[in-house]
Write a protein that binds this ligand. Structure first.
Ligand code: SAM
Ligand code: SF4
Length: 339
């Protein structure tokens, strides 16, 4: 099997895999999924062994960074076994010095207090925790579950375990809009970075996202009237742009898929829990790695699937968030491709 790096038609090298390990979740964030979300039969989801096999194939083809996501990754039953197994892939390979440089995780934090020590012991150094509000009642209404105390406990446990925590906050008009400065001040006060994200039109939900779409250029202007923001050169290898906030002494990121496009430097692909490889969060192009893995000649089939994937990766996404009543830009939920 070839070990050639994965490079797409636009000469972008693919070094970052976002791996959704389950579509299930213990919360029901209103912008992400409906209350009665239908989850996949377990047999459709890649097994621990299949995930290891697929990850090894990506590492052999030059992937250096993997982010585990979901659904909620920490609700998967064998999650810690998986993290331990993938953690053993970290470090340069004896043959050519390439290899997995970073294993990381995006979580809603509800089960983090249980697992923070295990994650750190397995080699995870940084995690992203999604948190849209510090108000318990607002959390309960936004996530449809009263879990803020567990999330805060989880974030504290992660810090105590030595994990670097980044908070991700979806900015929502009329919901957490006025709380954003408090969230930033709180995160920076705890020593965490925080990144704001625009809501994206992915998957059917109850209600209309357009009602709550908040462009981040407006948020940034509002913050500038209160604080001194200076553009930072920091890059995380992802789509966020950063500023330093003089008054809080912390770093603030903005991810703006709708108000600006960040595709030219894209280095990533996304694998769903059922092994569908998506080349773009905002596109339909996909190849079926599960069929390749479960077929008679997995190595050849994976090589073929990778070649097709690189040929299909689109130049850019084309999100538009539309007026009330319009269908989402894409039918699949963020919980499928993991954000
Ligand atoms: N359950 C984990 C969590 O919430 O962190 C991981 C998966 S979740 C799908 C990953 C990220 O996607 C979260 O930060 C969440 O807020 C964000 N997200 C979900 N649906 C979104 C949407 N329609 N637009 C923008 N961000 C969304
Ligand atoms: Fe679950 Fe994360 Fe979606 Fe919220 S954003 S419902 S925590 S997958």
């Amino acid at each position: 099997m070839t070990n050639a790096p994965l490079v797409d038609r636009f000469a972008r090298r693919i070094t970052y895999l976002r791996l959704s390990v389950t579509d299930r979740c213990d919360l029901r964030c209103t912008y992400c999924m409906p209350e009665r979300m239908e989850f996949l039969p377990r047999a459709d989801v890649l097994s621990l062994e299949e995930l290891q096999q697929v990850v090894r194939a990506f590492i052999a083809r030059g992937v250096t960074k993997i982010r585990l996501t979901g659904g909620e990754p920490l609700v998967r039953r064998d999650m810690i076994d998986l993290v331990r197994a993938l953690g053993r892939e970290l470090g340069p390979k004896a043959v050519d010095g390439s290899g997995l440089e970073e294993l990381t995780l995006t979580t809603n934090g509800t089960r983090l207090a249980l697992f923070a020590d295990d994650l750190a012991a397995a080699g995870i150094r940084r995690i992203n925790v999604s948190l849209d509000t510090l108000d318990r009642a607002r959390f309960a209404s936004l996530a449809r579950r009263d879990s803020l105390p567990q999330v805060l406990e989880g974030i504290a446990a992660a810090k105590a375990a030595g994990l670097k925590v980044k908070i991700n906050t979806v900015a929502l008009k009329g919901i957490n809009e006025h709380e954003i400065p408090d969230l930033i001040a709180w995160a920076h006060g705890q020593g965490h970075e925080i990144t704001l994200i625009e809501v994206m039109p992915l998957g059917e939900v109850e209600g209309d996202r357009f009602d709550h779409y908040l462009p981040l250029d407006a948020v940034r202007r509002a913050l500038e009237s209160r604080w001194t923001l200076s553009t930072s050169d920091a890059r995380s290898g992802g789509p966020a742009r950063y500023v330093d906030v003089a008054e809080t002494g912390g770093r603030l990121g903005f991810i703006t898929p709708l108000t600006s496009n960040f595709c030219e430097g894209c280095n990533r692909v996304r694998l769903t829990a059922t092994g569908q490889l998506f080349m773009c969060l905002g596109g339909e192009a996909q190849v079926d790695l599960r069929a390749a893995l479960r077929g008679p000649d997995p190595e050849a089939a994976m090589a073929d699937a990778f070649a097709r994937a690189m040929g299909d990766k689109p130049e850019r996404h084309n999100f538009v968030i539309d007026r009330a009543g319009a269908a989402p830009a894409l039918p699949r939920h963020m919980s499928m491709t993991g954000g």
